[in-house]
Design a protein around this ligand. Structure first.
Ligand code: FMN
Length: 366
């Protein structure tokens, strides 16, 4: 997940969207990055360039739909982290047969939530139409992923703008490229609250509308929390093929007891309790647990958001954030890995569970 501080630099991912030997794309991307260096510095943007040719993702080979975030392959997880880290994208694309290159469509299809609520600009090139038909086709795809195409654009006609495999220095092209950066920065800043973890002061609205976050206090009636917990752990019972899960059996008195010794956050959507998480310090470890999101609200970012809330409250002395989940809870494990946690061997872990950890330094950077 990209940084949640409004003042932290914007991270821009420049995507080189062709893969054939002898292609023009890397030269066009290099021109764009060089031509806009002063503007990206002024806008406090950190530019990362990914070459889809070098990345060499296989044709989509994941079993689960990308919207689940359950990724079996390391190449998908690495791509997910790279895209999740970005606040904005610049796609450098040619036109192939009036459309987008297959390598670009494939790279987009791999992921889902990682793209959402982030602006995208296009630097296109081609023969007669300067790649604009490729851009039109790509816009149809990226808006489905909830990316936001900006208006400023660069379109290069190869015959007019490229000599000896390099983009010619023309004032008009340079101006267009710089305008892309200025507009991208503006839109990226405006959209940031939509895709970032919430600020701890509760001013950030979260990933969907109508959310309100509160701390569960000692005197609170936690019966709603008990009902939510039971409904959330039904899926865990299915995934792990067992009913022997404490959250399914706990009584109201049990939940009241742990709510006194853990810090518990509850999130409501338009008044209805839809999620919760708890955390406590054990030595230098900030233990997070019972991350729950109402089943009908799953997949819209509330879980990642709540996890970030819990992480942000780690005390200064904490060096590690830790959490357990079911060994076969693939959806949870995927969510935690996307948030930078790593599966960690621990001798005391029960047979049916796994431990995931993250250093607090990584939490601060994430
Ligand atoms: C498979 C293929 C299809 C192409 N189709 C178009 C097209 O529809 N319109 C166009 O303007 N140029 C088309 N071109 C020309 C490309 O725009 C030009 O070759 C460009 O350099 C391709 O980008 P690349 O060098 O990064 O692969 C096509 C090129 C290829 C290889």
């Amino acid at each position: 997940m990209s940084s949640n501080s409004p003042s932290s630099p914007l991270r821009v991912l420049v995507v080189i969207a062709s893969s054939r030997p002898g292609r023009l794309a890397p030269a066009v991307a290099e021109w764009f990055v060089e031509t806009t260096r002063r503007e990206t510095e002024r806008e406090r943007m950190v530019v990362d360039v990914v070459d889809l040719g070098a990345l060499a993702l296989p044709f989509l080979d994941e079993l689960e739909h990308p919207s689940t975030g359950v990724y079996a392959h390391e190449h998908t997880r690495a791509w997910s982290r790279r895209v999740a880290d970005a606040d904005a994208f610049v796609v450098v694309t040619p036109e192939y047969n009036y459309g987008m290159p297959a390598v670009l469509k494939n790279a987009l299809d791999y992921l889902y939530e990682e793209w959402a609520w982030k602006p995208v600009a296009f630097v296109s090139y081609g023969n007669t139409s300067a790649g604009t038909r490729s851009v039109q086709m790509t816009k149809q795809v990226v808006t489905t992923l909830r990316m936001m195409p900006i208006g400023a654009t660069v379109a290069l006609r190869i015959g007019d703008s490229i000599e000896d495999g390099r983009v010619s220095e023309r004032p008009m092209l340079g101006r267009a490229a710089r305008q892309v950066v200025v507009e991208l920065a503006r839109v990226a800043r405006a959209l940031r609250p939509l895709h970032l973890a919430p600020a701890t002061d509760g001013t950030t609205p979260g990933p969907v509308d109508g959310l309100s976050l509160s701390r569960v206090g000692e005197g609170d009636d936690v019966s709603e929390l008990l009902v939510l917990q039971r409904s959330c752990w039904v899926e865990e019972a299915h995934a792990n093929d067992t009913l022997d899960l404490a959250p399914l059996h706990e009584t109201l008195a049990d939940v009241q007891a742990w709510a006194k010794t853990w810090t518990v956050w509850a999130v409501r959507r338009h008044g209805r309790l839809v999620g919760a998480v708890r955390a406590r310090a054990v030595g230098s470890t900030w233990e997070i647990g019972r991350l729950m999101v109402a089943p009908d609200q799953a997949g819209n970012g509330i879980g990642s958001w709540l996890l970030a809330v819990a992480e942000q409250h780690a005390p200064e002395e904490a060096t590690t954030v830790a959490l357990f989940t079911g060994k076969r809870s693939r959806r949870n494990i995927a969510l935690y890995e996307r948030a930078g946690f790593h599966l960690t061997a621990a001798p005391t872990t029960p047979d049916d569970a796994v431990l995931l950890t993250k250093s607090v330094a990584a939490t601060t950077l994430a």
